[in-house]
Design a protein. Structure first.
Length: 189
């Protein structure tokens, strides 16, 4: 009987140790708060092992559907543009998953979440010329249009994609239009 009690309490103790290790590891991974230090945390993450990277904007997070995934628009002092993807943990804090940036004025990216796929188009709007954008996903014969606020120098638009879109690597064609619905050219990749 004493042996069974010892085994039982040893097992409970082991489970408690594993639980504490899991919680400590989880809190270490999900440690970014959505507060006034969010931008600083993202700058620190982007600067890992490199020179200090400085953002030119306060990052605002946008939830993707009902998932725990969030996207933030990045505007660098070096004139680069990008986005950062974060996941929200059950502790209310975030883990930075990925970030991408470059010098293109217009960029499209598909992001996969537990709540489906989302198309994100972002870029600069020099002199407010862009009034709408049409995104064509060539691999799926799918397209959608979105309006752009011509009063903003930079934009990020998020659209839920249909369930039929199964891949994040669909080639795309982005067409930009002015206020008269005439196609205009901007540098893109």
């Amino acid at each position: 009987m004493k042996h069974k009690k010892a085994v039982f309490f040893s097992f409970i103790g082991l489970l408690m140790i594993i639980g504490v290790i899991y919680i400590l590891n989880y809190n270490h991974r999900f440690n970014v708060k959505n507060d006034e230090h969010l931008t600083e945390n993202i700058e620190e993450w982007l600067s890992r092992g490199n020179e200090k990277i400085t953002l030119n904007n306060q990052v605002k997070l946008h939830q993707l559907g009902n998932s725990n995934s969030y996207i933030g628009f990045l505007q660098f002092k070096s004139k680069k543009l990008g986005i950062v993807k974060l996941d929200k943990g059950w502790n209310g804090k975030f883990q930075i998953i990925s970030a991408g940036y470059g010098t293109n004025h217009l960029k499209y990216q598909t992001v996969n979440t537990k709540d489906g796929r989302f198309g994100i188009v972002y870029g600069s709007n020099p002199q407010g010329k862009i009034h709408s954008i049409k995104v064509k996903l060539l691999s799926y014969d799918y397209q959608y249009s979105t309006n752009i606020n011509s009063n903003q120098d930079f934009f990020m638009k998020i659209d839920r994609l249909p369930k039929a879109i199964k891949s994040n690597d669909a080639s795309e064609n982005i067409i930009t239009y002015d206020q008269d619905h005439k196609e205009i050219k901007v540098m893109q990749k």
